[in-house]
Design a binder for this molecule. Structure first.
Ligand SMILES: Nc1ncnc2c1ncn2[C@@H]1O[C@H](COP(=O)(O)OP(=O)(O)OP(=O)(O)O)[C@@H](O)[C@H]1O
Ligand SMILES: [Mg+2]
Length: 240
């Protein structure tokens, strides 16, 4: 397993936002994390990636205990994430924003950072001119910009928080293909999503959170047919 959490706890005052969550992600998988609003998905990612300090438990990455490691250190080790609320450098161009990722993530890389940034933007199919200021992008374009920036760090694990929110149904197939394409380059992909069509289409394994607790983890079929998951989140639509 490339990433493992063991009894991870995160509290905000009296609220247990993540409640003893243990899960494991296999290398090369596309792994989904789902659950209702406020279930603790983003908080779990914030804890795993070092944006929040955890209140209990441990996290392992590539066989190493990384509990409490800072995001920058984890990025150098190959774990990177995108944000549900996107936060680019608004006064920098598209290309410059992605170049930040290539400069920061891989100091050892022989590739020219700017060429790498170009390559990543091409890879994800970013359509706008590279000189466009980030401030001029709409929210979907910003999400894709952030994805290119994350990929430019040469990550082994990419965690995406609600990339599909705001896309039209017609745009979903392209995103599914892109997620598979990213995985096929050797990146383990973790996606947090409410868009079940995307989750069911691309994920090998899924974990379900509910009020901070993991209520299920397994294959698509396991999860879609799990009585607690149906009650808490999915309804009957995905059961077979
Ligand atoms: N920084 C914070 N301070 C206090 N409470 C927080 C903070 N971040 C999250 N919470 C609370 O923790 C709980 C889990 O929130 P979180 O954002 O992780 O949920 P989520 O599953 O990502 O939801 P959504 O699907 O809406 O993005 C919620 O009750 C939320 O209000
Ligand atoms: Mg969230």
């Amino acid at each position: 397993m490339i990433l493992k959490t063991e009894n991870v706890v995160k509290r905000f005052g009296g609220l247990v936002a993540v409640d003893h969550v243990s899960l494991g992600v296999n290398e090369g998988d596309i792994f989904g994390i789902i659950g209702p609003n406020g279930a603790g998905k983003t908080t779990l990612i914030n804890v795993i990636t070092g944006f929040y300090q955890l209140d209990g438990g441990s996290v392992e990455f590539k066989g190493k205990d990384i509990t409490g490691f800072k995001p920058s250190r984890l990025c150098h080790m190959g774990m990177v994430r995108t944000f549900q609320i996107v936060n680019p450098f608004p006064d920098m161009t598209v290309l410059e924003n992605v170049k930040v990722g290539s400069l920061f993530g891989n100091e050892d890389s022989k590739e020219d950072p700017e060429e790498k940034a170009e390559r990543m933007l091409d890879f994800i199919g970013f359509e706008l001119p590279r000189k466009t200021l980030a401030a001029h992008l709409n929210s979907n374009q910003l999400k894709y910009l952030e994805l290119a920036r994350a990929l430019a760090t040469d990550c082994d694990v990419l965690i995406m928080d609600e990339l599909a929110a705001g896309l039209t149904p017609g745009e979903l197939p392209d995103l599914c293909n892109l997620i598979r394409k990213i995985r096929d380059t050797g990146v383990t992909v973790i996606i947090i999503e409410h868009v079940m069509k995307l989750i069911m289409e691309v994920c090998e394994r899924i974990a379900v959170l509910h009020y901070g607790e993991k209520i299920a983890e397994g294959s698509k079929d396991d999860v879609a047919n799990d009585a607690r998951v149906i009650e808490a989140y999915l309804g009957e639509e995905y059961a077979v």
